[in-house]
Structures are given as C-alpha cells and as structure tokens.
Design a protein around this ligand. Structure first.
Ligand SMILES: Cc1ncc(COP(=O)(O)O)c(C=O)c1O
Ligand SMILES: N[C@@H](CCOP(=O)(O)O)C(=O)O
Length: 462
C-alpha cells in the first residue's frame, strides 16, 4: 500500500515511512492512495474473532507487507493484552438499540491506548531494525499525552516530548503524564491552549534543523496515519457484534481533532455498513458549525468540563476535505493556505450536501453534559465521563433511524474527570488499583512560554 499527501506535493511513501513521519513534506497529511475493501462475505468471516485477531485482519493491508506478519501479530497481541477487560472494547446496552462501546480499559483509561500501545511497539520495532533514533513529539489536551508516554517509555530508541496546555488538563490527566519519571520522557506545560501546542508541533515538522544529526522527528498525534489505522478496528468490532454486514450501524463520536470519527469514515470506505456518523462536540463547535451551516470558522477556544475536546482547529478534518475535493491535492493546498489567512472554509454546496448524508452533528454545553451524566445515571446506573456524555446526548437529540443500532464511543473513564462527575451531583469514582497512589507520586515537568524558539532550544538541550 502507498500513501499520498492531502496537499499533492509530498512524496509517495510506504507504511514504515509514514509511521516514522509526521506531516508530509508539503504540510499535508498522509492518506492511503486507495483503501483496501472488504466484501460482505469477508466481513462475515470476521464474526466472533477475538479483538487482537480482528485487529490483525484489519491492520495488515495498511501495513502492506512492510512488517512481517508474525511480528505484526505479536505486537498487536502484546498491545491488547495490556487491556483490563477480556473483550478489550466491551459493548453495554443503554436502551432500545442504544449502546456504548467502552474504549477506556487500556492502561491510561482513554481510547488513545488502542492506537498508542501499538504505535509505541511499531516505532520501537522499526527504529531497532533500522538502528535509528527518534524524537517523538506530541501535543495533548489531556489523553494522548499519557497514552503516548505509556506506549513509548520502554524504547531505547526514542525520547518523547509531550506538550500540554498549562492548567487546562484535569489533575488526574496531568499526573498520569508527569509522574512517569523515565529518563526518555519529557513533559512540557505550555502557557497557552491546546491549539498553541498543536501549532508548535506542526511548525517543528516544517523546520527540523533544531534536531541532532541522524534523528527523526515522529508524530504521535492522529496526524500520524498509524493512529487512525488502529482506531478503525473497533468500528468493525462493534458493528460485527450488532449484526454487520447484514445490519447497518450508526456511531456517535465525541469529537475534537476529528481523528476518531475519521477512523469510522474509513471503516465505511472499506465496506462496513455504517449508516450515520454523528459528530458530538462541546462548546468548541467548529465541526458542528460546519455540518450544520457549511461554516468552518476559527473562533475563541473555550475551557469546558470535557477538556480533551477543547480544540479549535481539527487536524484530521483536512483528510475529509481531501475526499470532498475529489482528492485533488492542488485544490487542497490552495484551500489550506487560504484557511491559514482567513481562518474559515466554506465548501461547494453539492459536496457539503453529499457529506451531510453520512454525517450529522450535535453540540452540548457543560450544563447539558452534567444533566446527561446525571439523568443517565438515574435511569440506568451507568456513569459516563463528560466526553462520552456529549455523544450520548447527541443520540438522544438527533432523529436517528429507530431500527438502526447506535453505538456511542465511550472515549474515557469517568475517573479522569471527577470535577464533572461532582458537578453532575454524583460521587467521584475511586481510582483503579494500578493508580491508587497517583496523588502521592512525584511529578516532573517544565513550564515554557508559548514560544517556538524556546521549545526548540529545550528539545535541543535535553
Ligand atoms: C476522552 C476524549 N474524547 C474524545 C476526544 C476527541 O477525539 P478526536 O480528537 O479523535 O476527535 C478526545 C481527544 O482527542 C478525548 O481524549
Ligand atoms: N484530545 C486529544 C488531543 C490530541 O488529539 P490526537 O488524537 O490528534 O492526538 C488529547 O486528549 O490529547
């Protein structure tokens, strides 16, 4: 399989090179040149497979033979062995044809573990084979950071630098990152918001001259295709459990950087019968405004009770825009450069109407999130985290076909966001056994101004 850039000018690459990169040379994002497609018969043959075996079947075509099958299998097995639930991504029924898929049974209690447990192993394997070193760089609004650190900390071939917005992640999230004291782990609190962190990461990829010689810069955010690839699997997993390929399924997805829901869009492109994809946002609603009014416009970033979705510009939206522009890299390069200047995008009305047939959206403010957590708990005993609550509320407020099962992705464990749970009038849940001493552990992190040269100097001198 070959990968191309959304902006048309980047070199065509194979999986290993895409894994070891971040953005393409032209500033675009890598996407497969064409998708592997699974017939209904093939999808039927995947029914009942354990999660790790299903993952191997889905991931293998994207790796395109650049890693030996037995090695790939081993890394996938090891990744999902780390999960605390036998089913890896269990489904819970909340109501008539309403389900949640719990994606928080990995080591850091958020869906990011699905991709980052595997990504860490893939990176270590490829860097070891090539005898290369890498600087791994990521921006986090709370969850990617700890999952990336957990996935990468054991590799001798890399140093990992994670930028989080100072005082804008929950205390549990911060401590999950800053109490990991391995010498190759570097946490930096940036005096800015998540978009400032994400911008700095992208700018580091554009000019890598600050790096030591023979060192690669690797992305752990979902701009890295390998993240999307691993997240496709659980859409198949849920749909197969609910009757695919003979029964279509819809998904409601708490959304920020548009990576998770984009994986669902790819699953559909591969042949999975996905009826609707629901974009659920908090007050940072750029995507909701796009899907409702064809108005993708930068606005002020709001701090909410669902901090991991406090994102203004959604990196992966560029991948969807690429398809909406008939995969024309030249047109995309122009569009993205205009966006850089004006801060807004409006697409051709016909393309917008066509994408609306698949996507719908809903926005929830903090009060609506708390009300959803509290009402759901009263009705069913189920405790949702504030991100998941935006997804659950979306399924309740939008008119979805009653005969189609709707799966909300439960993207994080409620224990990570006690403030929201308490504001919803409930008791904060206890930390799981492997984290009970989290608040006593030593923390280590540096605080830097929102300034690119300072960040580059910090990485250079570490
Ligand atoms: C708990 C949680 N839910 C939802 C999201 C949104 O996912 P995405 O950025 O892939 O849209 C994030 C962060 O990305 C998250 O950490
Ligand atoms: N919500 C994320 C932000 C980064 O998103 P990513 O999926 O592109 O890594 C977080 O919690 O860090």
């Amino acid at each position: 399989m070959k990968y191309i850039s959304t902006r048309g000018q980047g070199q065509t690459k194979d999986f290993q090179d895409v894994l070891l990169a971040g953005l393409a040379d032209d500033g675009g994002l890598y996407v497969p040149e064409s998708l592997p497609t699974f017939s209904a018969e093939k999808i039927r043959s995947l029914k009942g497979l354990p999660y790790n075996q299903l993952a191997f079947e889905i991931i293998k075509p994207f790796v395109g033979g650049t890693i030996a099958d037995d090695k790939l299998k081993q890394m996938i097995d090891e990744s999902y062995d780390e999960f605390s639930h036998q089913a890896v991504a269990p489904l819970q029924q909340l109501g008539n044809n309403q389900w949640v898929m719990e994606l928080f049974h990995g080591p850091t209690l958020a869906f990011k573990d699905f991709a980052l447990q595997l990504l860490g192993r893939l990176l270590n394997h490829v860097l070891t084979e090539r005898n290369e070193k890498a600087v791994v760089l990521g921006a986090t609004s709370g969850d990617t950071g700890s999952a990336a650190i957990e996935g990468c900390r054991h590799s001798d071939h890399l140093d990992i630098f994670i930028l989080h917005p100072y005082q804008r992640v929950s205390e549990v999230q911060r401590r999950q990152m800053t109490t990991v004291l391995d010498s190759n782990v570097h946490n930096i609190a940036i005096q800015g918001n998540f978009d400032d962190c994400q911008d700095m990461v992208k700018k580091c990829f554009a000019d890598q001259s600050f790096l030591p010689e023979n060192t690669r810069l690797v992305a752990v955010n979902s701009i890295n295709w390998a993240r999307i690839m691993a997240q496709i699997v659980y859409y198949f997993h849920a749909a197969l459990m609910l009757g695919a390929p003979d029964q279509p399924v819809s998904f409601s997805v708490p959304t920020g950087n548009f990576g998770d829901i984009f994986a669902g869009y790819i699953a559909r492109g591969m042949g999975l019968p996905v009826e609707r994809l629901i974009v659920a946002t908090n007050n940072n609603d750029i995507l909701h405004r796009f899907f409702q009014n064809n108005d993708y416009r930068k606005e002020t970033l709001h701090q909410t009770l669902s901090p991991s979705m406090d994102i203004m510009v959604s990196s992966n939206f560029e991948r969807l825009l690429f398809d909406m522009h008939n995969r024309d890299g030249g047109a995309m390069a122009e569009l993205m450069s205009a966006f850089q200047e004006t801060g807004n995008i409006r697409v051709d009305d016909e393309a917008w109407q066509a994408i609306k047939a698949l996507f719908d959206s809903s926005r929830s403010d903090d009060q609506q999130v708390c009300d959803t957590i509290s009402t759901l708990h009263k009705k069913t005993g189920y405790l949702a985290d504030p991100h998941t609550a935006t997804g659950i509320r979306a399924t309740e407020t939008l008119e979805l076909a009653r005969e189609t099962p709707v799966v909300t992705l439960a993207t994080a464990h409620p224990v990570k966001f006690p403030d929201a749970i308490v504001k919803a009038g409930l008791d904060a849940p206890a930390l799981p056994v492997h984290m009970t001493d989290l608040f006593e552990r030593e923390e280590r992190y540096d605080i830097l101004e929102n300034d690119l040269p300072s960040l580059k100097a910090f990485i250079q001198n570490t």
